[in-house]
Ligand binder design. Structure first.
Ligand SMILES: NC(=O)c1ccc[n+]([C@@H]2O[C@H](COP(=O)([O-])OP(=O)(O)OC[C@H]3O[C@@H](n4cnc5c(N)ncnc54)[C@H](OP(=O)(O)O)[C@@H]3O)[C@@H](O)[C@H]2O)c1
Length: 210
């Protein structure tokens, strides 16, 4: 239901009740955008979690549409391993953006924006909906992506294919995982050899605008 309508029932029971015209109580589920970089052979990091291979592309002076994307989301979602690695990669870049870090451990949280959560992706999304947050950046990593895919919550895929073959690493999509048809809505090649692909869930209706 979610994938088709994008509308999320506040509470199953409410939906079932005819008396109160409960449809009006539905809350629009926030969009979840997986915006991530992967090597040509489909890895998001080396086996030890390294992402140094991305540096050459990040420092190329090209922002690959990042600043526009940055203005488009009002919440951030990440797994604990990604969160714990961020300090190595530079400054905290989500000041003022509410951020959920998924962990079953009592991690030390440094930033006021961060909410540490043991809730499921679905539960967290209803929290975002209740706070009227509209569009969340699913930052990663692979384990959290797998959880969101398992619950059919990702509404957009923006994958930057890096012209590097790592040969081994942390796969973007952990298998086994659900099968999903995607529609290509945009593909942008860059002089650096990076190609950014944007897909929406759903069957391609042969109307592919490249
Ligand atoms: N190439 C890119 O653009 C990109 C982007 C992001 C990340 N990365 C890379 O991805 C790697 C991390 O990915 P990862 O897959 O190892 O870890 P991850 O997805 O960042 O974190 C997974 C951890 O989060 C916690 N967690 C809690 N609730 C969860 C839930 N519902 N679903 C999944 N995890 C949950 C679990 O740890 P605890 O409960 O024990 O805390 C789990 O082991 C890093 O090397 C990072 O550099 C690359």
């Amino acid at each position: 239901m979610f994938a088709q309508t994008g509308v999320f029932p506040l509470n199953q029971e409410l939906l079932g009740c005819e008396l109160h015209n409960c449809a009006a109580l539905e809350i629009r589920m926030p969009e979840v955008v997986l915006y991530i970089a992967a090597s040509l052979d489909g890895y998001i990091a080396t086996p030890d979690g390294g992402v140094k291979w991305l540096a050459a592309f990040e420092n190329s002076g090209e922002d690959y549409g990042y600043s526009t994307f940055y203005e488009s989301f009002d919440a951030v979602l990440m797994g604990s391993r990604t969160y714990q690695q961020l300090p190595e990669l530079g400054e905290w870049s989500f000041t003022g953006k509410p951020c959920w870090v998924f962990s079953r451990r009592p991690l030390k949280v440094e930033q006021p924006e961060v909410t540490l959560t043991t809730q499921s992706p679905h539960e967290v999304m209803s929290e975002l909906a209740a706070r009227n947050l509209q569009r969340a950046w699913l930052l990663g990593g692979a384990e959290l992506v797998a959880s969101f895919r398992a619950q059919g919550l990702i509404t957009e895929y923006v994958v930057s294919i890096i012209p590097v073959i790592l040969g081994a690493g942390i796969p973007l999509f952990i298998s086994p995982g659900p099968t999903e048809d995607l529609k290509l809505v945009e593909s942008t090649p860059y002089p650096s050899g990076l190609v950014q692909l944007r897909y929406l869930p759903g069957k391609d209706d042969t109307d592919c605008r490249l």
